[in-house]
Design a protein around this ligand. Sequence first.
Ligand code: SF4
Ligand code: SF4
Ligand code: SF4
Length: 272
Amino acid sequence: MKKYKSAIILFAVFEAIAVSLWLSTGSLFYLRYFSYIGCTLGIGLALSAAGWKYAREFVQFCVGSYMLVFLGLICKENMQIEGFWYYLFSGVLGAGVLHYAIAKIFGPLLFGRGWCGYACWTAMILDLLPHKKPANPRKNIGWIRYVMFGLSLALVVLLMCLGKANKTNMFYLFVAGNVVYYVVGIVLALVLKDNRAFCKYICPITVFLKPMSYYSVLRVKCDESKCIQCGKCLEVCPMEVEVNNNARNRKNATECILCQKCKKACPVKALK
Ligand code: SF4
Ligand code: SF4
Ligand code: SF4
């Protein structure tokens, strides 16, 4: 039972948030949203504690498909970055703003890029592709993310200036944006032989995620006194994090998606 303690605590924390927000706002949305996420994360953590190899992928699919299919396609909420700008500039605390604030702006101070490893609906598909470890050295084209960030902002401002920013158009933008992301993400993964190439070079959300996750409370720590420098953790890392260096400013520190592959690969349990 002891090994499932973290799973139970995580579920209880999310349930407490769900009930508090439901009671304070009167909106069932919060109860449903946080209960579902807490339940899925709790089950995933329990499966991981029980040694199931695909626990992370299970969580990523449950959370990602809920966001994409239920909130995005059925409830017609634009959960992409354009939806965030739209609700923010409209002064509405919609699902898009709430989602960004928790998962991508302030939450990463606590759980780093957990969103990228356990919830993102773009990565849930990209992770199925064959190149789980990058085949080639990282390219110096990360600046594209800033261009994408600026374009997403400019697009929403333009729609607002033209008086075309409404829920219907934002829904069409959500569908079109996702199609583009999947196509670009899959092509890039296959061409560069790296499933996570889209995350490394294109995704505009990393403009929020990277600086905030630098200060993350939750991070993979290395006991360098135990490390035998075998390099196995570096071989399996999909994000090329220099995880056998414990410093916060280690190479690609803000890329870690907390997938735990390095921990499983370490023969001397130097990573915690
Ligand atoms: S970097 Fe972007 S696409 Fe990749 S997992 Fe994170 S949010 Fe998703
Ligand atoms: S393998 Fe380790 S360092 Fe690399 S992304 Fe996963 S958890 Fe982070
Ligand atoms: S796998 Fe463990 S021992 Fe090997 S380099 Fe990484 S942290 Fe050090």
